[in-house]
Design a protein around this ligand. Structure first.
Ligand code: HAM
Length: 429
């Protein structure tokens, strides 16, 4: 037999209890905020037809798929994102569902990513989506929910910012700059890397991959010089197709102002997003120090339900991963105390008191308390050590004379105070 030293695959995590406690805290907080916003939870299959992604998600995600042919000869993929599944599910029942549909999910997702800080090959991702509403009020509501998700962990505008743009606006500006319509998706993907690859890197790729001439490349890069909303309005307000897009964004920003969230939001045309299906507002949430990858990303995808389910319904949503969020919370000292605790630890002095110990443990557990005891008999000193190591708040010691009298010695582990209490009354209010 081989003596292989197995480890988790690169980019996959083992969640030991301390790490699991952090994950549980994150998931609990996400659910709580989703509830406050009136969203309902759903889930779908972790394995989907390959085609659901190859057609809809765009080149970046497709290169990262975990896909294979199953024993029935079907081409399948582990889900790299939730949005195509959501679109498929919502479209299938669209007729019978009250709009807007407000759903959330917390799937584990799989992407064969290059190893880098904040990016693994599996992660948990909160997905919050609204289907069936085209009003910019939905854009504002979704952004507010993303922001409040982070505020619920104790993060503030000192910690993170939502950078917001709009594909409709960008599309109009890029067409005006000379990007051919059939290369828009490709160009979105290239300029999405502007921050990481710089003007020169992106310019070179526009020439090579999108086969654009020098003039069009220059004009395309110029679009991203403007860093605030009013500057874009002044520069391009009269450009064909741009004014209605600007008006729409102004409405979204106005509503976020009314919610008191202006400090969390910044207009930023360089936010493009790598996914192919976005058609309107797009946004990403980042730590303000710019040290980490995006915490959250999303936007409007008004044609995806038609593409995957033949139902023309507008939709928008975001995904927020647990990996970068955990790093940010750790950096800011906002992770919860993960120490294990117990309400009671029950200690027999000799093995003969075991029946009384088991009866008491069982009754306390029935009453909802967390209770533990040594599975194998040990000396009293050893059992006390276990009790402290497990974070027990109180212990009960039961010795031979106690059994005869029907009592136990209850000890408060913090104060050290002891009292003899009838066994039947232990744990009663
Ligand atoms: P995304 O930008 O690909 O969007 O992912 C959203 C978030 O998931 C990222 O900001 C990041 O926090 C996290 N994430 C993504 N990939 C990884 C990874 N390899 N390791 C760790 N965390 C990761 C989407 O997936 C869209 N489907 C979101 C969406 C929902 N749009 C509309 N509705």
């Amino acid at each position: 037999m081989s003596n292989a030293n197995f480890q988790a695959l690169p980019g996959f995590r083992d969640f030991y209890p301390d790490e699991f406690a952090v994950r549980a805290h994150i998931v609990r907080t996400w659910r709580e905020v989703a509830r406050r916003y009136g969203f309902q939870e759903y889930d779908g299959p972790p394995l989907e037809p390959l085609e659901l992604y190859t057609e809809k998600s765009g080149p970046e995600i497709v290169q990262q798929l975990y896909n294979f042919t199953d024993r029935g000869g079907r081409d399948v993929a582990m889900r790299p994102e939730m949005t195509p599944t959501l679109a498929r599910m919502a479209a299938a029942r669209a007729g019978g569902l009250r709009k807007p549909i407000k759903w959330f999910s917390i799937p584990q997702l799989f992407r064969y990513e290059r190893q880098q800080r904040g990016r693994l090959r599996e992660h948990f991702q909160l997905n919050l989506d609204i289907v069936g509403e085209e009003d910019p009020a939905a854009d504002a509501e979704l952004l507010a929910a993303a922001i409040d998700m982070l505020r619920a962990f104790g993060l503030t505008e000192q910690d993170f910012v939502a950078r917001v743009s709009d594909r409709g606006l960008l599309r109009a500006l890029l067409l005006h700059a000379g990007v051919p319509e059939d290369r828009l998706i490709l160009v979105y993907n290239i300029v999405d890397k502007l921050e990481r690859e710089g003007r020169e890197g992106v310019g070179a790729r526009l020439r090579k991959e999108a086969e654009m001439g020098d003039d069009a490349v220059e004009r395309t890069l110029d679009v991203f010089r403007h860093t605030d909303f009013d500057a874009v309005r002044a520069a391009y307000g009269d450009t064909e197709g741009v004014a209605p897009e600007i008006e729409r964004m102004a409405q979204t920003f106005g509503q976020l102002r009314a919610m008191g969230l202006t400090d969390y939001v910044r207009f930023d045309l360089s936010i493009v997003r790598g996914l192919a299906y976005y058609t309107g507002i797009v946004f990403e949430l980042f730590d303000v120090r710019g040290e980490l990858r995006a915490i959250c990303g999303g936007g409007r995808y008004d044609n995806l339900l038609a593409q995957v389910g033949g139902v023309q319904l507008p939709a928008l949503g975001f995904g927020m991963g647990d990996v970068v969020l955990t790093e940010l919370l750790r950096d800011r000292g906002l992770l919860p105390e993960t120490r294990h605790t117990l309400d009671w630890y029950v200690i027999p002095v000799t093995p003969e008191q075991r029946p009384q110990v088991l009866a008491l443990v069982h009754r306390l557990r029935d009453g909802g308390a967390s209770v533990d005891y040594a599975l194998k008999h040990q000396g009293v000193g050893k059992q006390f050590k276990n009790a402290s190591a497990l974070g027990a708040r109180r212990t009960v010691i039961i010795g031979p004379e106690d059994v005869a009298e029907g009592v136990g010695v209850v000890k408060d582990m913090e104060s050290g105070q002891e009292s003899r209490v009838p066994l039947a009354e232990i744990g009663r209010p």
